[in-house]
Ligand binder design. Structure first.
Ligand SMILES: [Zn+2]
Length: 335
């Protein structure tokens, strides 16, 4: 991978108070494993008939070694391609239950709706700008764009405001209703139920989607089918080789095995895209690694981190510039 040199004056901090209003982040961390905790309280462990063994979601190998254990589940590392993934996982019926659970819906709604405007400005515009730099020349003034797993549509809104023909899909009905209320072209449902025309989009994105799926390769295939030749796929996943994990180990908040089932790195995400015939053209990381580290030490470990706070943004810039930020972004181009 080629690391792009980044200048410090271009660094844009994230307003964490806008992203995580009031006590919402603590609530996320404390409430997010409710379904598993309930099972363990009832049975003493996760009952075997709730679990299902899984081959490596990238290469299909069944050879893997234990990476770490957290929240009664295990992360393993594929002995053939190096991908880190949860195994065994819950069966699909249980995942449907998790995502439809009232707690999860409320958590997503509280975080997503309250920060929608901020996300359009801070993240939507930035993502549209990055994609603009990689659109094929054939994409005219109004590129066709689909955001899969669009949540409230904050990237769709930024793309529409930039003059794109922007659409979004998500499974979450309350997030879709919120975005539709703002006049966005959003649809609720699974990608393969919505019958978009193949080879009709200049850009498709999957932001924070792949890591949640039992079979990430399947949605990748569907997304690539929707792209015109020369079209781009823009991906966002948590970065397993990030400062967050290197500093906090398995306490890194993104290590969340009930919901994050696959853990990519620069190497293993690039490998996945190449296996699907895409040429990787852009790789970068951004993150809230230092903010998360400070938050964890102060809130969960009761440690004094006051010396770190004034330099957190500078340190985060260095982390991002070195490609160790918690959010991994990659653009692949269809042949
Ligand atoms: Zn593998």
């Amino acid at each position: 991978m080629k690391i792009i040199y980044r200048r410090e004056e271009e660094y844009r901090p994230v307003d964490v108070a806008a992203m995580r209003p009031k006590d919402s982040y603590r609530q996320v961390v404390e409430r997010r494993n409710y379904p598993v905790e309930r099972l363990i309280a009832e049975h003493g462990r996760i009952p075997a008939d709730f679990l299902t063994e899984r081959a490596c979601p990238t290469c299909g190998s069944r050879h893997a070694v234990l990476e770490l254990e957290k929240e009664s589940l295990a992360l393993v590392r594929c002995s053939d391609c190096g991908l880190v993934y949860v195994n065994p996982i819950f069966n699909e019926a249980h995942y449907k239950e998790i995502y439809q659970a009232k707690d999860y819906q409320e958590m997503v709604r509280d975080l997503g709706e309250a920060s929608h405007d901020y996300r359009v400005e801070r993240f939507g515009k930035e993502r549209v700008e990055i994609m603009s730099g990689y659109l094929a020349d054939s994409a005219d003034g109004a590129p066709r764009y689909l955001d899969v797993g669009c949540s409230t549509g904050f990237v769709v809104e930024a793309a529409r405001d930039a003059g794109w023909r922007a659409q979004g899909v998500d499974l979450n009905p309350s997030a879709i209703a919120f975005g539709q209320g703002r006049g966005l072209d959003l649809q609720q449902g699974a990608l393969d139920d919505l019958a978009f025309e193949p080879a009709s989009f200049d850009a498709v994105s999957l932001f924070d989607v792949l890591e949640h799926l039992v079979d990430p390769a399947e949605i990748l295939r569907q997304a690539i089918d929707l792209l015109k030749p020369g079209g781009i796929l823009f991906l966002y996943v948590p970065n397993y080789d990030s400062a967050s994990r290197l500093l906090l180990g398995k306490n890194a908040v993104f290590i969340w095995p009930t919901h994050h089932l696959t853990y990519y790195t620069v190497a293993t995400l690039g490998d996945l895209l190449r296996r699907h015939g895409l040429a990787v053209e852009f790789t970068a990381t951004e993150g809230l690694d230092l903010i998360d580290y400070i938050w964890w030490q102060r809130e969960m470990e009761n440690r004094d981190v006051s010396a770190l706070e004034p330099i957190a943004d500078k340190l985060q810039f260095f982390i991002n510039a070195g490609a160790y930020g918690k959010n991994l972004r990659m653009i692949g181009r269809k042949a």
